[in-house]
Design a protein around this ligand. Structure first.
Ligand SMILES: Cc1cc2nc3c(=O)[nH]c(=O)nc-3n(C[C@H](O)[C@H](O)[C@H](O)COP(=O)(O)O)c2cc1C
Length: 332
């Protein structure tokens, strides 16, 4: 584990996107060569229960780390309870020009403006079919950058139909700040319409493939009024849960526009989590995401009412040790 921690620190001297890619490829190599066992990164819990609301292992990997489902098996060998792959769009797309991931080591944060770079939903479906691990996998779906908002629901439904039978849950991403006007989909008319379409489509798909929960991933930058309305619509349209939250655009980073994650996001996303929990009630499932950099941050999310907790930036800064620490100390 010391070697992996050292390797993680060395990667911090490389450009953001390159270091992510090297880290994931190295994990894949360690996993496929059987070397993972040497580093004592092993599964600690039994993952046989498929109901994501009733997990024994509550820590997972957030969307965006494995955008195309290329690393499901190796990430699962880290001991996490679940992984959210994507966000994918109907057609493959390049995303925004590079550089587009920036590291602020002092703050332990990341700024990204990737813009849904992904190989398309069909590629992800192949990877979901190929995976060997039994880990719970959620698929995060979005829209292509050139699909206008009044047609956005078509992209979401297209992706939903493709990933549905191969996913344990579906995450609907309407909260990335890096696709122009995507966050406008949280305005009442678009949002209500999209949720109704998702609900109808899930009804049809569940007859054939069984029931899959749909989670809506929200932005931490919503006004309290809109957030209240969104919570009401999510509940009235019988969605199954909320992922709280995506990255924030409320920052003054020198690197320019994009969504900020990591330590500075923690307080903001915790405030949103508390607000949402109050609105939807204690029994409504919530996956918390935002600024979990330590065991303490993880426990804080659970205390605030999260059912499951995701990490991304903490994994980039601390490496697999963060997951090990969370698993080891979660019942202290
Ligand atoms: C480089 C990067 C790419 C991301 N891509 C996605 C994505 O494709 N879909 C999504 O829903 N969230 C995406 N996110 C947001 C994360 O899933 C997570 O919600 C956010 O970073 C807050 O958690 P953290 O502070 O633990 O990083 C991305 C975050 C980062 C840093």
């Amino acid at each position: 584990m010391i070697i992996i921690s050292l390797f993680t620190k060395i990667l911090h001297y490389l450009p953001g996107e390159l270091s992510h890619s090297i880290a994931l490829r190295s994990l894949k190599f360690l996993n496929s060569s059987g070397l993972m066992k040497l580093f004592r990164i092993t599964k600690t819990y039994d993952f046989s229960e498929r109901d994501i609301r009733n997990r024994t292992n509550m820590v997972g990997i957030a969307a965006g780390l494995d955008k195309n489902g290329d690393y499901i098996d190796c990430l699962s060998s880290l001991g996490i309870g679940f992984i959210e792959v994507g966000t994918v769009t109907p057609k493959p797309q390049e995303g925004n020009p590079k550089p587009r991931i920036f590291r602020n080591k002092k703050d332990k944060s990341l700024l990204n403006r990737l813009g849904f770079n992904n190989k398309g939903v069909d590629y992800l479906v192949e990877k979901l079919k190929e995976r060997k691990s039994e880990i719970i996998v959620g698929s995060s779906i979005g829209k292509n950058f050139d699909t206008p908002n009044d047609k956005a629901y078509e992209d979401y439904i297209h992706c939903l139909k493709k990933v549905y039978q191969f996913s344990d849950y579906i995450a609907v991403n309407i909260s990335s700040p890096n696709t122009k006007d995507l966050r406008r989909l949280s305005n009442q008319d678009f949002f209500d319409y999209l949720l109704k379409k998702l609900k109808d489509s899930r009804s049809e798909l569940s007859v054939k493939f069984g029931y899959r929960p749909i989670f809506i991933k929200i932005s931490p930058d919503e006004s309290p009024e809109n957030l209240k309305l969104m919570c009401q619509l999510i509940v009235s349209n019988e969605m199954d849960g909320i992922i709280c939250s995506n990255t924030t655009v409320k920052h003054k980073e020198e690197f320019g526009s994009g969504g900020l994650s990591g330590t500075p996001l923690r307080i903001i996303s915790n405030q949103i989590l508390t607000f949402v929990k109050d609105e939807v009630g204690k029994d409504f499932p919530i996956i918390a995401s935002g600024g979990v950099m330590s065991v303490k941050d993880y426990k804080e999310k659970l205390t605030l009412g999260a059912d499951l907790v995701q990490i991304y930036t903490g994994f980039i800064y601390e490496g697999p040790k963060l997951i090990q620490d969370i698993i080891k100390h979660s019942s202290d």
